[in-house]
Design a binder for this molecule. Structure first.
Ligand SMILES: NC(=O)c1ccc[n+]([C@@H]2O[C@H](COP(=O)([O-])OP(=O)(O)OC[C@H]3O[C@@H](n4cnc5c(N)ncnc54)[C@H](OP(=O)(O)O)[C@@H]3O)[C@@H](O)[C@H]2O)c1
Length: 396
């Protein structure tokens, strides 16, 4: 690509597509141009005068287009577009974490087969360049864990609850009114968005792909006032934390769940719609990356950074996937949790290995105890349906 001009076929002109367009216009790039834009609904009014289409063929059959940027909100259609581009040896930049979390293994294989790049730094943590850093800088042997707040909407809600004493329902409504949360907020608050990002991060941190259905995922939608009171009494806050960690024996654990975070932790002070990622290693202890994880301009600028990287022929090499020491995934790991319930039948749902605190009142009950990820994963759908709330409760 060096010295070449990139003529982009852009799919999607929503928050991020528009953001990319404006960012490109503002910097006045000479060697990157958006040639044509494919959208779903051609009848919508668009704020710019550009060549729009609703037919993907108009992009793929245009001989001038030598680069694809995929920024649509439909994971199945995104998969078709990205696959088709790679099979035509057209480099692609994508922001679609859901699509990547499900199809990344096949897409890695296609990149190798057609010797073409697929970059997606914008898909995890928006403007924070976490993927390229994990890929290039952090050696697998030294890296021990990556943990963070990867979803801005749920963090915004938690910030409003803990800082402004807002109710959960009001905080969610405000997040939706301000455009932070989806109209169907489950993706954000039930942890799915964080899960997809965690899967992508783990590929680049440790080389291993783990399918979404194999990872314990639980969000904040069951949290109530009793839980918030408990956190305040302990001088902690709930944060929705995505976590991958290498244990002894080269085993990898992963989870997305609320965690009671104490004041001395970096992510305690990640507020509102911001994201924060803590990277831990054997010899450097901790490093912290912080920034805007969403929004048109922050994400658009991350997409532009990927586009520019392609100008210099950059590709993810997935070096850690070829490592003979690649870790293996396990759910065989126990840790301390806070578990609030009202009905004794709901307590029986989870098999605790030990219980260190047991509180009972007419209004609500809770236990603090040790449980394994395997146990939690087995009942994760049921946990969401019942009137219970569970959060990791680390000792420090
Ligand atoms: N929003 C963020 O801050 C953010 C951050 C990181 C990553 N992402 C990811 O970036 C992607 C785009 O997000 P967004 O927030 O920009 O979405 P959005 O505002 O909902 O816009 C989606 C765009 O995709 C178009 N579209 C949908 N299906 C299509 C299809 N089959 N063919 C062509 N165009 C199609 C829509 O067309 P119409 O305009 O005609 O409806 C619309 O322009 C998603 O994968 C999202 O997860 C978003």
């Amino acid at each position: 690509m060096n010295g070449k001009k990139l003529n982009i076929g852009l799919f999607g002109f929503g928050t991020v597509g528009c953001g990319l367009y404006d960012v490109l216009k503002r910097i006045g790039s000479k060697n990157v141009e958006i040639k044509r834009i494919c959208v779903r609904d051609l009848s919508k009014q668009r704020p710019i005068d550009a060549e729009f289409t609703d037919n993907a063929d108009d992009i793929f059959n245009d001989p001038d287009i030598n680069f694809i940027v995929e920024l649509i909100d439909d994971a199945d259609a995104a998969y078709t577009i990205v696959k088709r581009a790679l099979q035509m040896s057209l480099p692609v930049v994508s922001g679609n974490k859901k699509m990547l979390a499900h199809h990344i293994e096949e897409l890695i294989e296609l990149q190798a087969r057609y010797n073409v790049a697929l970059l997606y730094d914008a898909s995890a943590c928006g403007s924070i360049p976490v993927i390229r850093n994990l890929e290039e800088y952090y050696d697998n042997d030294l890296l021990t864990s990556v943990k963070g707040i990867l979803n801005g909407s749920s963090n915004f809600i938690l910030s409003k609850i803990f800082n402004e004493k807002m109710s959960y329902a009001d905080a969610l409504k405000l997040a939706q009114d301000l455009g932070f949360a989806e109209s169907n907020p489950s993706l954000d608050i039930d942890g799915w968005d964080s899960l997809f990002k965690l899967i992508i991060i783990t590929i680049h941190a440790f080389g291993l792909y783990v399918a979404p259905e194999d990872i314990f995922t639980y969000g904040i939608s069951n949290m109530n006032d009793a839980d918030i009171r408990f956190a305040n009494e302990k001088e902690r806050r709930f944060k929705l934390v995505a976590h991958v960690e290498k244990l002894q024996g080269n085993k990898l654990i992963m989870s997305v769940m609320p965690q009671l975070i104490s004041r001395n932790k970096y992510i305690y002070s990640v507020e509102d719609e911001f994201n924060g990622v803590v990277i831990k290693g054997l010899f450097y202890d901790k490093q912290f990356m912080f920034g805007r994880g969403a929004g048109g301009y922050p994400t658009g600028s991350a997409v532009l950074s990927d586009i520019t990287a392609c100008l210099y022929d950059y590709k993810y090499e997935y070096k850690k996937r070829n490592d003979s020491q690649m870790p293996t995934y396990t759910t065989d790991h126990s840790f301390r949790v806070y578990y609030r319930y009202s009905d004794y039948a709901d307590l029986d749902l989870v098999k605790f290995e030990s219980v260190s605190e047991n509180y009972i009142s007419d209004e609500y009950k809770y236990v603090v105890g040790k449980v394994s990820l395997r146990e939690l994963h087995k009942v994760q759908d049921e946990l969401r349906k019942r009137n219970v709330f569970i959060a990791a409760y680390p000792n420090d």
